[in-house]
Design a protein around this ligand. Structure first.
Ligand SMILES: *[C@@H]1O[C@H](CO)[C@@H](O)[C@H](O)[C@H]1NC(C)=O
Ligand SMILES: *[C@@H]1O[C@H](CO)[C@@H](O)[C@H](O)[C@H]1NC(C)=O
Ligand SMILES: *[C@@H]1O[C@H](CO)[C@@H](O)[C@H](O)[C@H]1NC(C)=O
Ligand SMILES: *[C@@H]1O[C@H](CO)[C@@H](O)[C@H](O)[C@H]1NC(C)=O
Ligand SMILES: *[C@@H]1O[C@H](CO)[C@@H](O)[C@H](O)[C@H]1NC(C)=O
Ligand SMILES: *[C@@H]1O[C@H](CO)[C@@H](O)[C@H](O)[C@H]1NC(C)=O
Ligand SMILES: *[C@@H]1O[C@H](CO)[C@@H](O)[C@H](O)[C@H]1NC(C)=O
Ligand SMILES: *[C@@H]1O[C@H](CO)[C@@H](O)[C@H](O)[C@H]1NC(C)=O
Length: 433
C-alpha cells in the first residue's frame, strides 16, 4: 500500500470505515486451464457502501472477455446466451465472485473482467483488475508409469522378469476446479494386488502393486481417469506389460502314435510357452542319454528296447521345463516255443500237457493248435492230449497271434506203445485191463 492510501484507510477507520469503501476486486493475475477441463477463478470484490442494499437483492455476476464492456461471455442469470459454460460458486452476497468455467477450449484463453449487477443502481465493471486465463493444450489423459522392485523407474521398456514386484502408477492432473478428486479405474486388476490412491494439490494418482506373472504378459493395462466436474470427463491411457518367464506348459506330441510298430519311425514334437519364446529343446532318455535337439525328433524304431520314456526339455535364459511321452514299440509274436509235460515222449494211454509261449507286444491275443495236416485241434495257451492211439505221434503246432501278425512253433510228440508191435487197436484198453 502506498502511504497515501494507508492514510485514507486509517482515517476511514477512525471515522466511519464503511463510508470510504471503494469498488475494488481481488483476482489472481492468471489461472491455468487444461483444455477440455474446468478452471477455477478465485474472486472477491468490494463495493461502495451506498450500494450495500442493492447487493441484498437479486445479483448477477457477469464476465467479459478481452474487453471490459463489449464481449460478454458469461452471465450468471441469463445462462442461455453464455459463450462459456460456468458457475459462480462464491456467494455474491458475501462479495465472493469465485467462478468455475467448464470445458475450456483454446479460444477461451484471454483476459477476463468481472461485472456485478443488481436491480437498482449497482452496476459496475471492475476494469482496473483482470485475470488472464491461460489454456494448456496438453492432453488431459493420465500417464502410466511402471516401477520395478529395486530397479526404480523404467524409461522405455515395459519389460519385467516374472516374479518381480511392480507398481503401475496412473497419474492425472488435479485442477482445483474439480468437485471431487479424480477417480481411477483399471481395465485389468491382477488377482493379488494392493491398490492405493494419492491426491495432492497438483496430481491425483492410482497405484497398483503386484507381482508380475506370465498371466500379465501382453496385457494392456488401461487406466481411466474420471474428472468429476459438472459433467464428468474421462480420459485414458494404456501400457502393455511384457513379462519374461521361463518355459511352462511344455508338452510332447507324437505322430502318428505313441504305439510304434517295430521298424517304423515316429515323430515327436515339443512345444512350450515361454518369453522369450526362442527356446533350446533337448531330447533325452530315462537314463539321461541325450538323443537329439530341436523341437522335432524322428526316431527309427529298430529294437524293442527302445520302448520307454522320451523327455523333452525346453529352455530359455530364465529356466527350463520338461515333458515326456511313453513310446511303446510293438511287434508281432516272436520266439514262440512249445513245451511238453511231463515229456514229449509219453506212453500210450497217458496224458501230455502242451504249453505254448511267445513274446509279443501287444500281448498274444490267441493261440491256435494244429496238426501237420492243418487240422485245428484246440485254442488257448495250453493243450492237454489224452493219448489213445499211436497215430497221435507227430508234430503239434502252436500259432501265436496278435494284431500285428503271427508266429508258430512246434513239438514232436512221440506216443510210445508198451508192447511191441503196436497195433492200431487202442493200446490203452489193453493196458488198462
Ligand atoms: C469464496 O467462495 C469459494 C467457494 O465457495 C470458497 O472456496 C472461498 O473460500 C470463498 N472466498 C472467500 C474469500 O471467502
Ligand atoms: C466442450 O467444448 C467442445 C468445443 O470446444 C465441444 O465440442 C464439446 O461438445 C464440449 N463438451 C461439453 C461436454 O460441453
Ligand atoms: C504431487 O504428487 C506428484 C506425484 O506423486 C509429485 O510429483 C508432486 O511433487 C506432488 N506435488 C505436491 C505439490 O506435493
Ligand atoms: C461422476 O463420476 C463419479 C465417479 O465415477 C460418479 O460417482 C458420479 O455419479 C459421476 N457424476 C456424474 C454427473 O456423472
Ligand atoms: C497349456 O497349453 C494348452 C494348449 O495351449 C492349454 O489349453 C492349457 O490350458 C495350458 N495349460 C496351462 C496350465 O496353462
Ligand atoms: C531313419 O530312417 C530313415 C530312412 O528310413 C533315415 O533316412 C534316417 O536317417 C533314419 N534316422 C535315424 C535317426 O536313424
Ligand atoms: C485270433 O486273433 C486274430 C486277430 O484278432 C483273429 O483274426 C482270429 O480270428 C483269432 N482267432 C481265433 C481262433 O480266435
Ligand atoms: C482227457 O482225460 C481227462 C481225464 O483223464 C478228461 O478230463 C479230459 O476231458 C480228456 N481230454 C480229452 C481231450 O479227451
Amino acid at each position: 500500500m502506498k502511504s497515501a492510501e494507508k492514510l485514507i484507510v486509517i482515517v476511514c477507520f477512525l471515522f466511519q470505515g464503511g463510508l470510504c469503501r471503494e469498488f475494488s476486486i481481488s483476482l489472481p493475475e492468471s489461472v491455468e486451464a487444461l483444455r477440455g477441463l474446468c478452471v477455477l477463478i478465485p474472486c472477491s470484490f468490494e463495493i461502495e457502501e451506498q450500494y450495500d442494499a442493492d447487493l441484498q437483492t437479486v445479483r448477477t455476476g457477469i464476465w467479459f472477455k478481452d474487453e471490459p464492456y463489449n464481449n460478454q461471455v458469461f452471465n450468471s442469470k441469463e445462462t442461455k446466451e453464455n459463450k462459456i459454460e460456468g458457475e459462480i460458486i462464491g456467494d455474491l452476497h458475501m462479495k465472493n465472485c469465485t467462478t468455475i468455467f467448464y470445458n475450456i477450449s483454446e479460444s477461451d484463453r484471454g483476459t477476463y473482467y468481472f461485472r456485478i449487477e443488481a436491480p437498482g443502481e449497482l452496476k459496475y465493471t471492475y476494469k482496473s483488475s483482470s485475470v488472464d486465463v491461460r489454456v494448456r493444450v496438453s492432453p488431459i489423459s493420465p500417464s502410466i508409469t511402471l516401477y520395478k522392485e529395486d530397479q526404480g523407474k523404467v524409461e522405455d521398456q515395459n519389460e519385467v522378469v516374472e516374479g518381480t514386484s511392480v507398481s503401475l502408477v496412473c497419474s492425472a492432473p488435479a485442477p482445483p476446479c474439480l468437485l471431487k478428486p479424480t477417480t481411477f479405474t483399471w481395465n485389468f486388476l491382477p488377482e493379488e494386488r494392493r491398490q492405493k490412491q494419492n491426491h495432492n494439490t497438483s496430481f491425483s494418482s492410482s497405484q497398483l502393486n503386484f507381482k508380475a506373472t506370465h498371466l500379465h504378459h501382453g496385457v494392456d493395462f488401461t487406466c481411466t481417469a474420471t474428472y468429476q466436474q459438472n459433467k464428468n470427463k474421462s480420459a485414458q491411457s494404456s501400457l502393455t506389460l511384457h513379462v519374461l518367464y521361463a518355459p511352462r506348459n511344455t508338452s510332447v506330441s507324437v505322430s502318428p502314435s505313441a504305439s510304434v510298430p517295430l521298424s517304423s519311425s515316429v515323430s515327436l514334437s515339443c512345444s512350450s510357452d515361454a518369453n522369450p519364446a526362442e527356446l533350446i529343446y533337448t531330447w533325452y532318455r530315462e537314463n539321461g542319454e541325450q538323443i537329439g535337439t530341436g523341437n522335432h525328433l524322428t526316431i527309427n524304431m529298430t529294437d524293442s528296447t527302445q520302448s520307454g520314456l522320451y523327455y523333452c526339455r525346453a529352455q530359455n535364459q530364465l529356466g527350463d521345463h520338461n515333458s515326456f511321452v511313453y513310446l511303446d514299440v510293438q511287434y508281432a509274436p516272436r520266439s514262440t516255443s512249445v513245451s511238453a509235460s511231463p515229456s514229449a515222449s509219453v506212453p500210450l494211454g497217458s496224458s501230455v500237457f502242451l504249453s505254448c509261449s511267445s513274446d509279443a507286444n501287444p500281448a498274444v491275443l490267441n493261440y491256435t493248435w494244429y496238426r501237420e495236416n492243418r487240422e485245428q485241434i484246440g485254442t488257448g495257451k495250453h493243450l492237454t492230449i489224452n493219448t489213445t492211439d499211436s497215430t497221435q505221434s507227430g508234430l503239434y503246432y502252436c500259432r501265436a497271434q496278435n494284431q500285428l501278425g503271427d508266429h508258430s512253433s512246434s513239438v514232436y510228440l512221440d506216443v510210445q506203445c508198451e508192447s511191441w508191435p503196436c497195433t492200431h487197436t487202442p493200446c490203452a484198453s489193453t493196458s488198462v485191463t
